[in-house]
Structure formats: structure tokens, C-alpha cells
Design a protein around this ligand. Structure first.
Ligand code: ZN
Length: 330
């Protein structure tokens, strides 16, 4: 992204189960990559300690001194305010409440630090280095255990009044639908995520529907995951195919809403569930086409995310660099 090839950023992708830390150049080249487990249950101090250790390993691996970094960018799950650097709450990080994560990191590493929501980071990663390069207005969604999103308007993440914008997974699709982690009912992610797909399959298996899904889950209904259902569908299992098509239908309902609200040029789709491919996405696009305004649907392009698991860490770094340059220009 940029004119100064010498800028080096430390990117951190903090997840509920793992921490990915990398030293990244302004061109998006990863000079190192450190992967560790998030001690999520031990509380925020233990997690911060793990991030610091991971950061030092990533710096050492890249043979870069911390003084040579331009900045640090952290992508974190949950609701955080990029202006104040406070992480308000996160369903994936139990016990985190109003943690000033940005300032803690900045103090302990003595380096300018920026905080952004993980899905917003991933959207920026795709904007600078991936599937949305050169596209000024697009929406990024990640179909995974939940559904995350990022809204890019005129080349900038739209973060809203307190940083909570882009929580596309929590738009209500069915007002009487399943209870969501956020406390609401029938959010998009309760109907169109990998977790929703697995929950529905377990329910149908317990009802006694004939299926080979269990054979892919060691015979244990509790081990039924979206991936297991995908495998069964690939082998022609009727229930698995039906449930994936149903999930795709709900993906499409949400896409139609996004298309009608934002009229985006592009929707970038990432996340593990998108690997299911046509079986999921054909019904999704069909439904979106039926429900959205025709002209808006005809104007939108869909693309797969290109950066995979690196989108968050690359995007967090890009955000830090973007904010450094913005403050420099002001
Ligand atoms: Zn919700």
C-alpha cells in the first residue's frame, strides 16, 4: 500500500482460540508469523501476556528490533472503539469488559498502537492486499462459526458512532428464530453460520432422519460440524445437501438486505463455511437475486476472499499504517 517500502508493522490477530502475530511490510509481505493458543479462560491479563510473548517471538523471527517498527495494529473480536482503543465486550473472550487494550499494548511495547475489530481488519486486508484491491465500496463477510463483516465506504472502514458498525451477523432475519450469543433472537448468524448448520443437523439426526452424516462424525452426534456435513453432502447424502441448501437460502436473505441497504460494487465472501462452495452459494445467490432490487443485484459482484487466515493480521497492520499516515497528513 504505499510509497515508503521501509515501513514495518507488527500485526496482531487476536481470536477467541488463537493469536496470530506477524511482522509485515507496507507492501503486505509477511516477514514472520507466530501462532499461539489464546488462554481465553484465564482472563485478559493472561491473554495480553500471551500477545506480548507472541509479539517478541515474531520480531525475533523476522530479525527486527521493536524500535524499527512504524506501529502496531491489533485486530480483536467483539465490539471495540478504534477512536478510544477500548474493547467493550467480546463473546469470544469471556470476562473482557471495557479493556483499554490499545493503551495497554502501547505502554508495554512502547510503540504507537491501533485497535480494530477483527472482521473490519479482515475487510481492510482484502482491500489493500486481496480480493477488493482497487474497489472503493464493498462489503466483506466471513461465514464461519459466526458471521462477521466489514463495510468499506470510499476506501475507509465505516465504524459508526462507537465502533460497533458492520456487525452484519446480528441483523435480525427471523424475529422468532433461535437465541443468539448476543442475546437477540434470529440473528443472521443463528441461521446462516457453520454453527447453525451443525445445530440443525444434530436436531434432525436426533429426530431420527435417515442420514450418513454420523458416519463422518465417529458416530457421535455431538461431533457433527459444518465440515462433517460438507463431507457427507459431497458423498451425496440427502439430508446434508438439504441442510446446506437451507443454510445457503438464509445466507441469501442476509445478502439481499446488504445489497438493498448499501448497493455495494462488490461483496467479498470469506470464512471456513464458504469453502463448501456452490452447494451453499448457488442457493444463496439465487435467493439474493429474488429478494434484492433487481438493478442493485445486477450491479454487485461476488468474490471469494483471497487472504485466508492471514486477512485479519494483514488488515490490522494495514489499519495501523493507514492511521499513522492519516495523522501524519493532518
Ligand atoms: Zn446476534
Amino acid at each position: 500500500m504505499g510509497e515508503n517500502a521501509d515501513d514495518l508493522i507488527l500485526g496482531v490477530d487476536l481470536g477467541g482460540s488463537k493469536i496470530l502475530t506477524a511482522v509485515i511490510s507496507s507492501q503486505g509481505k509477511m516477514l514472520s508469523r507466530d501462532h499461539s493458543v489464546t488462554p481465553a479462560r484465564k482472563g485478559h491479563e493472561a491473554v495480553i501476556q500471551s500477545i506480548l510473548e507472541s509479539a517478541h517471538r515474531a520480531l525475533k523471527q523476522a530479525n527486527v528490533d521493536i524500535s524499527a517498527l512504524t506501529a502496531i495494529g491489533i485486530g480483536a473480536p467483539g465490539i471495540s472503539n478504534p477512536e478510544t482503543g477500548i474493547l467493550f465486550t467480546s463473546p469470544n473472550l469471556p470476562g473482557w469488559q471495557d479493556v483499554p487494550l490499545r493503551d495497554i499494548m502501547q505502554e508495554r511495547l512502547d510503540k504507537k498502537t491501533f485497535l480494530i475489530n477483527d472482521a473490519n481488519a479482515a475487510a481492510l486486508g482484502e482491500f489493500y492486499f486481496g480480493a477488493a484491491r482497487g474497489v472503493r465500496n464493498f462489503i466483506y463477510i466471513t461465514l464461519s462459526t459466526g458471521i462477521g463483516g466489514g463495510i468499506v465506504i470510499d476506501g475507509t472502514i465505516y465504524s459508526g458512532a462507537i465502533g460497533a458498525a458492520g456487525e452484519v451477523g446480528h441483523m435480525t432475519i427471523d424475529d422468532e428464530g433461535p437465541i443468539c450469543n448476543c442475546g437477540n433472537r434470529g440473528c443472521w448468524e443463528t441461521l446462516a453460520s457453520g454453527t447453525a448448520l451443525a445445530r440443525e443437523a444434530r436436531h434432525r439426526i436426533k429426530e431420527g432422519v435417515k442420514t450418513s452424516i454420523l458416519e463422518y462424525a465417529e458416530g457421535d452426534v455431538e461431533k457433527v460440524t459444518a465440515q462433517v456435513i460438507h463431507s457427507a453432502a459431497d458423498q451425496g447424502d440427502g439430508l446434508a445437501k438439504e441442510l446446506i441448501a437451507r443454510t445457503g437460502y438464509y445466507v441469501g436473505v442476509g445478502l439481499a438486505n446488504l445489497i438493498n441497504i448499501f448497493n455495494p460494487e462488490l461483496i467479498v465472501i470469506g470464512g471456513g463455511l464458504s469453502n463448501v462452495g456452490d452447494m451453499l452459494l448457488k442457493p444463496a445467490f439465487k435467493t439474493a437475486g429474488e429478494r434484492a432490487y433487481k438493478e442493485a443485484f445486477q450491479a454487485v459482484r461476488f468474490a471469494f476472499a483471497e487472504l485466508g487466515r492471514n486477512s485479519g493480521v494483514l488488515g490490522a497492520a494495514a489499519f495501523a499504517l493507514q492511521e499513522m499516515r492519516r495523522s501524519f497528513c493532518e
